[in-house]
Design a protein around this ligand. Structure first.
Ligand SMILES: NC(=O)c1ccc[n+]([C@@H]2O[C@H](COP(=O)([O-])OP(=O)(O)OC[C@H]3O[C@@H](n4cnc5c(N)ncnc54)[C@H](OP(=O)(O)O)[C@@H]3O)[C@@H](O)[C@H]2O)c1
Length: 419
């Protein structure tokens, strides 16, 4: 037994020693790598600065990432490609940066690098961008941008195409357009997949065209593509004075639906009525469930577009609010996120409840919606049946002020930022 213990102990000692030697070896190799890389970089910089001072220009070191994750410098040929020049070029446009999650004051206009243009994208020189409620959530750190998308705010814009990627055939430099973005509108330039671009609708100023992409894609994809609201049906829009609401009223009326809205003041309701809303309900002074019941002779409406969330969820599903086979579409969480559902109501009335977040759809999905919008909504805009509703224009440098206005909820329709 003693022999056996000795053998085991010896084996353990040898094993530990082998591990120690390997660890030292790995550390030594990494240290050696680091020393070589540093020495090469120093040598390069020295050579470059000598050559640079001989030729009357500064050091020309192309920064790149070493395969072991160490940033080092290697000499470039001296004739950089356009891509390399772009990478090396200093900050070249202005954008609103969220300096840290928080209140409107964290938004600051800063000098940043131009967006990089991919082969399937176009580069737009921004004429205007529009605020969306989602921007407020993102500013506060409660709504994360899609991975790979711009870190800057701005889900839509209008402007002029300044460059096109290699694979883009539909668009040309100089085209006046508007676009659905995954971010990046609060800037002087933005790169966007070509499929998410629309021709700016004729008859609308290029600035005001920025008010359409987000609301038209949201409302068309939910209320019409998925919920199939049709002529003669009844449609309740909560938040009738919102950017979403002012567009939804107009397009639903154009397509022959009877439109009900809720809003929080007489002034807002008068505006909604002027846009074509048939039944205007002040949710602060009236019970919308009772009013809907009264106006529909107890039947309820066919489709509800709900931007509020839990506060309204149960009341929307109340037997009095939705008709049999009624459809409820949830697109917002302004009143919170978590709620309960009484399945008996949903089952007995054969209700459909759907929800979607446009931002998290794939680029292919967004492109399909954009084409539908171009085919179905653009003719209504060109015919003057759907008009841009812009409450106020701010310079891009006053993005914080624009956010304060949106958070006050005093506005009606859209708020635009102009670079
Ligand atoms: N899912 C998606 O893909 C998607 C896309 C775009 C927008 N959205 C959502 O749609 C909503 C509207 O966005 P927006 O940019 O159009 O917002 P907005 O222009 O800021 O409008 C929001 C309006 O809602 C009204 N409101 C607040 N509480 C209300 C209540 N309890 N009942 C009725 N109205 C109420 C406010 O007016 P009053 O209270 O004064 O009437 C406020 O002006 C947001 O929740 C946003 O996140 C979702």
């Amino acid at each position: 037994m003693a022999d056996m213990n000795e053998v085991l102990e010896r084996q353990m000692r040898e094993f530990r020693e082998r591990m120690r030697r390997q660890a030292v070896g790995r550390w030594a190799q990494a240290e050696l790598d680091m020393q070589i890389v540093t020495a090469v970089a120093m040598l390069d910089e020295e050579n470059q600065s000598r050559r640079g001072s001989r030729e009357g220009r500064g050091p020309n070191v192309d920064r790149h990432r070493h395969s072991r994750g160490i940033v080092c410098g290697v000499p470039s040929s001296g004739r950089s490609s356009p891509r390399e020049r772009k990478r090396k070029s200093p900050a070249s446009m202005k954008a609103v940066v969220i300096t840290t999650p928080g209140g409107p004051e964290v938004l600051q206009l800063q000098e940043v690098e131009d967006p990089e243009l991919k082969d399937n994208e176009v580069l737009i020189k921004v004429e205007a961008t529009a605020l969306n409620r989602a921007d407020i959530f993102q500013r506060k750190g409660m709504y994360r941008p899609l991975s790979g998308s711009s870190p800057y705010l701005g889900l839509e814009c209008s402007g002029t195409i300044e460059a096109v990627g290699k694979q883009v055939s539909r668009w040309q430099v100089g085209d006046k357009v508007c676009a659905l973005l995954s971010g990046g509108g609060y800037a002087e330039k933005v790169a966007v997949p070509a499929g998410q671009v629309l021709l700016a609708p004729p008859g609308v100023s290029l600035q005001d065209a920025a008010s359409f992409p987000e609301v038209s894609c949201t409302v068309w994809s939910t209320v019409f593509m998925m919920n199939r609201l049709s002529a003669g049906e009844t449609f309740l829009v909560h938040g009738g004075s919102s950017g979403i609401g002012t567009f939804a009223i107009q397009i639903a009326k154009y397509l022959g639906a009877k439109v009900f809205v809720t809003a929080g003041s007489k002034e807002k309701l008068a505006f909604c009525k002027n846009l074509g809303a048939d039944v205007c309900i002040n949710y602060k002074t009236e019970d919308f469930v009772a009013r809907v019941k009264e106006e529909t002779e107890g039947k309820g409406v066919d489709v509800i577009l709900d931007i509020i969330g839990p506060e309204y969820f149960r009341r929307n599903l109340n037997l009095d609010s939705l008709s049999f086979d009624g459809r409820l579409f949830l697109i917002g969480t302004m009143g919170g996120a978590v709620t309960e559902i009484d399945r008996r109501v949903v089952l007995s009335k054969r209700l459909t409840i759907q929800a979607v977040d446009l931002r998290y759809r794939s680029p292919e999905n967004k492109a399909a919606i954009v084409r539908e919008v171009e085919n179905n909504v653009w003719p209504a805009i060109v015919a003057g049946k759907v008009k841009p509703v812009v409450y106020k224009y701010f310079p891009l440098s006053e993005a914080a002020e624009a956010h304060r206005l949106m958070e006050s909820s005093q506005h009606i329709g859209k708020i635009l930022l102009l670079p």
